[in-house]
Design a protein around this ligand. Structure first.
Ligand SMILES: [Fe+2]
Ligand SMILES: [Fe+2]
Length: 347
């Protein structure tokens, strides 16, 4: 067979097989928690190790029992944590951060990190990492440090400092050193108590939890919380996959379809993960007439999905309906009654 035929067959086979991995909602009860040698109980929402392959970002839940301290480890990819229940701590390169439900944390690539719980009840957090993407490129490395003190473990990979000159090699060293320097000085923690919610034209009240807009330097991973008013909906849109929505509180359903008027409704509740993974039109509805629904959206749009957008141009991978249809979908925004902002709880 010629190069052309080999390639054509390989590409067709890839997408044919990949279609079997399309997902809609991963329900809390379908995520089995398993004790791990790290000293945590972990369950995979999305990821190869839970037999739900993804190509950009994975998602898992972790629980720490009272009094437990996990082993320390590090990896060549970064991850973000969304704390959802109990009170725990996370050490990042020996700096201990105490957290409660609703807090967000960034675990930078190559940082040594471990988790602990000094409280009386179980603590639980979600993690979302760039491992699938880094793994696709062949650069995924994990180093387990057991219970060794971090001072006895290896440091960050070294890099050359910028020198004089304006030749292409000097420019490259300067550019990469500057990027690495900034990556290693990014923000690590957002406390729930600092958050300020603002109403958006898409019909929800929102805030960034963890994003470059609020000082983080990630692989592109970002988390924002949005709250849907009682009985209300977010307006419909579509974008390149894979984007996740973790349901912090409430229950509702999502319309997901290949066309704005051709799709199915999928129900969700607290602890579920809504998946929008193949450029489908989607709209999220809060089915509770008296309570808001709070959802955290996670994606890697700033880097990876934007690269897809650039590579696919002039295809438009980020589409919203025209303003008049959008306002029909959200209803009169001035009539939404927002409750006082309170920390989430678990279960
Ligand atoms: Fe980790
Ligand atoms: Fe979306």
């Amino acid at each position: 067979m010629s190069h052309y035929e080999v390639q054509k067959k390989r590409r067709a086979q890839f997408i044919e097989e990949w279609r079997n991995n399309f997902k809609t909602v991963i329900h809390l009860q379908d995520v089995e928690m398993h004790k791990t040698p790290r000293g945590l109980a972990t369950g995979v929402y999305l990821g190869k190790d839970g037999d739900r392959p993804v190509r950009t970002v994975d998602a898992a839940a972790h629980e720490i029992e009272p009094g437990a301290v996990s082993t320390v480890h590090r990896h060549s990819w970064d991850a973000v944590m969304l704390c959802v229940g109990g009170n725990g701590w996370t050490e990042i390169d020996r700096t201990r951060i105490h957290w409660g439900p609703g807090d967000s944390i960034h675990l930078p690539a190559w940082s040594w990190h471990r988790h602990g719980n000094e409280g009386e009840s179980w603590a639980r957090f979600m993690s979302f990492s760039s491992e699938p993407f880094i793994d696709i490129l062949g650069f995924a490395i994990l180093e387990e440090g057991g219970h060794s003190p971090v001072s006895q473990l290896g440091g960050y990979p070294p890099y050359s400092s910028p020198g004089p000159g304006n030749d292409v090699y000097a420019r490259r060293i300067r550019r990469l050193a500057s990027d690495q320097g900034e990556n290693r000085r990014g923000r690590l923690h957002t406390s729930w108590d600092e958050l300020e919610f603002l109403q958006s034209p898409r019909g929800t009240r929102t805030t960034f939890l963890l994003d470059r807009a609020v000082g983080y330097r990630t692989s592109g991973l970002t988390m924002a919380m949005f709250e849907i008013g009682p009985g209300r909906a977010q307006s419909m849109h579509r974008h390149s996959g894979e984007a996740w929505l973790y349901v912090v509180d409430g229950h509702g359903h999502s319309f997901i379809g290949s066309n704005a008027d051709d799709g199915e409704n999928y129900e969700w509740g607290k602890g579920d993960l809504i998946v929008v993974d193949h450029y489908s039109w989607h709209q999220h509805f809060n089915d509770d007439k008296s309570m808001t629904a709070r959802v955290v959206r996670v994606h890697i749009l700033d880097t990876l999905l934007n690269t897809m957008n650039a590579l696919c141009y002039p295809m438009n991978l980020l589409e919203e309906p025209p303003d008049h249809i959008r306002s029909r979908q959200t209803g009169d925004l001035t009539t939404i009654v927002w409750p006082a902002v309170q920390r989430p709880n678990w279960p």
